[in-house]
Design a protein around this ligand. Structure first.
Ligand code: 13P
Length: 311
């Protein structure tokens, strides 16, 4: 058997095994748009951070296997204290979320006691617990607009914060110096070069990209925003300014359209840690069970539920 045929057989074997284990344990699989293709293939629900957080509150199954990174699984656990939330790979973290600590946030709050704190969902449960409201890249503008306070401490993504500031000039945003290490790798030069090579393509970017990259974008939005934009567009070619895992969904929805990445290196290593083998083990051994101390979870839940209530 050739390597490719063996790989295909092994993939199918693991996918069948996961399906059986899912039935046995009354589990549902949620996967972020950046997950490996074969993981997105077996997921019951795929989406952006916001859609997955909301979906987690609606599923009927007792067990949620969260194929994503730890802050996403943590949010699902906080919103659903009666369910078992599993993260297949314990080390799947988010470097951006690690760029802020609750102690540093408290110091910033002391500096600006009149300000409200809006935290990106890419944060730990303790940072959420110390914030007034959460936001994701799909609702950050709406969330900031909904605040009665004029001054907002926006943490921890400075690129998303700057993007929000441009759209909500009536608020004073105090930004944190955090960034997504994957999106930060994308430079203006890379995009300009790709635009020259693909002159008919529109450039779609995630708001975690640098300011000078967003200036070149025909559309800026969350991963779900990009997916919907492509589905609704009459255009046939797109340069994608976000992690390459999204191409799976884009191609599945629009097989007749073409997608170009401005760099081969557009990979979130943490998102790619989750493999079919780890998903199977997760269901076999019920690992890794994501739990959040009750006092922190209760406060963090308020920030998450307040975000979900913003219409
Ligand atoms: P989305 O909410 O757009 O899916 O983005 C999540 C994320 O972590 C981007 O790096």
């Amino acid at each position: 058997m050739t390597d490719a045929r063996f790989d295909q057989k092994y993939k199918e074997h693991l996918q069948r095994k996961i399906k059986d284990l899912k039935d046995k344990h009354d589990a549902v699989i949620l996967a972020h748009n950046y997950q490996r293709d074969e993981v997105q293939e077996i997921a019951d629900i795929t989406g952006d951070s916001y859609a997955l957080a909301v979906a987690a509150t609606k599923v009927k199954q007792k067990v949620i296997v969260f194929c994503g990174v730890s802050f996403m699984a943590e949010s699902a656990a906080i919103l659903n204290p009666d369910k078992t939330v599993l993260l297949p790979v314990a080390e799947a973290g988010c470097p951006l979320a690690e760029m802020i600590t609750v102690e540093k946030l408290r110091l910033k709050k002391n500096e600006y006691p009149e300000a409200a704190v809006v935290c990106y969902v890419n944060t730990s449960a303790s940072v959420k617990a110390e914030s007034d409201i959460c936001c994701t890249s799909s609702n950050a503008i709406k969330v900031v607009k909904s605040m009665k306070e004029e001054k907002i401490i926006f943490v921890p993504d400075k690129n998303l914060g700057r993007y929000v500031r441009e759209h909500v000039p009536e608020k004073e945003l105090i930004l944190w110096d955090g960034y997504c290490v994957t999106h930060q790798r994308l430079t203006r030069e890379m995009v300009e070069k790709t635009k020259k090579l693909c002159p008919n393509a529109l450039f779609l970017a995630h708001p975690e990209c640098r300011k000078e990259v967003l200036e070149l974008a025909d559309y800026t939005g969350s991963t779900a925003g990009i997916v919907n934009y492509v589905k609704d567009s009459n255009h046939k070619e797109f340069i994608i300014g976000t992690e390459k895992g999204i191409i799976y969904k884009l191609q599945a929805d629009s097989p007749d359209k073409k997608f170009y990445l401005p760099t081969d290196n557009f990979i979130c290593a943490n998102m790619k840690l989750t493999t079919l083998g780890w998903v199977a083990r997760s269901l076999e051994q019920m690992v890794y069970h994501v739990t959040v101390p009750e006092d922190i979870a209760d406060k963090a839940r308020k920030a998450l539920e307040r975000m979900i209530a913003v219409k």
